[in-house]
Design a protein around this ligand. Sequence first.
Ligand SMILES: C[S@@+](CC[C@H](N)C(=O)[O-])C[C@H]1O[C@@H](n2cnc3c(N)ncnc32)[C@H](O)[C@@H]1O
Length: 271
Amino acid sequence: MGGTADVLPPEHDSVSARLADSQCDTSVAIFKQSWSTYHKLLEVDFLEHRALYTALRAMLLASFGAHATPVAMLDLGCGDAMQIAASLRQCGAPGGELRLACYTGVDMSAPALDLAAEYLSFLKPECDVQLVEQDMKEFVAASPSQSYDLAFASFAMHHLSLDGKIEFAAQVARCLKPGGMFVLVDIFLKEGEDRVQYMKRYRTNIDEAVTRGIIEAGEAETVMAHIDEFDFPESLLEFDGLAKGAGFESADCLLTDSKEFGRLVVLRKPR
Ligand SMILES: C[S@@+](CC[C@H](N)C(=O)[O-])C[C@H]1O[C@@H](n2cnc3c(N)ncnc32)[C@H](O)[C@@H]1O
């Protein structure tokens, strides 16, 4: 695990062991299997999250490090929150360089939220941590206007349809305070690429993980079946139009990984 501390926090080993030991029903068993595969890829930085989260931390400190008041943060599709927890801690949250007043994480997966409670526990009591088991579209639609400084979604928004993303982005913009930001770490299509071409490209990528012995062939099939069912990435150009239509100034890409799957994208709400 050496060298992954910037992506996997110190609690990762104990959480991982506890998850392996836990008794579970079918839905939790499916969660455990995909969590385990995902973490094999993370441990060798196969998905290049280290660069994306390094850029995220720099962006958070540059934008919110000198914030006049502690930041109110909303994490949409937070999952186990493992990576954002590590980044927030490294930024000094809750009371250091990045001051965090509250963190609200929303996800449909109860087992993921159980883990999130553990990874985020270091924020308490200074920061008010709320974890909500709900569809993130419904959550933002029901949230008061201008209530957050920072909305964040990592590898979650690509699960929505294009219409779903358009409505979701508009609701997130409404929930942000003037000058607030919607920060995305997510997968995107290459410009001019369609979903079929994307899937072929991802197949080649995941086959490489099998060839390198990072995951088993069966795990690769599970990953591809999940992507086929749930992943609907857009191009950055499409996203820029969607962001402007939702009331953001633009969608600025701060970093693209070397394989051109993952990007760090910032949507700013006008002041
Ligand atoms: C790939 S995981 C990413 C989790 C976490 N943000 C991260 O970066 O590690 C996607 C997460 O989005 C959640 N999700 C997908 N669609 C959702 C929705 N409509 N409402 C709430 N959560 C959703 C899933 O349950 C899952 O935990």
